[in-house]
Design a protein around this ligand. Sequence first.
Ligand code: SF4
Length: 83
Amino acid sequence: MPALLTIPIHSIYVAMRGTDHQLSHCIALIGKVGEQVSCGIYEQRSSSCKEVMAGDEQCNKARRAYNLSPIINQPKEAAEILC
Ligand code: SF4
């Protein structure tokens, strides 16, 4: 994880820069929210990023913040490909 892309949360944990503001997004997100986006550091993304699956609670919470409809009934295999 490139350190320039993170902000310290406390002595152990960091967060992706840009996720510390309401209605903002991670600095590594490429594209336009609501149109098409992708992770610019996909292979280096954190374990917490890897845990999020398309259509899960965290995903749909983020979608709601941008007034995007939730993803429902996403097959697990497809969710792993999308995230
Ligand atoms: S998956 Fe990529 S773009 Fe999304 S929060 Fe993690 S590092 Fe940022």
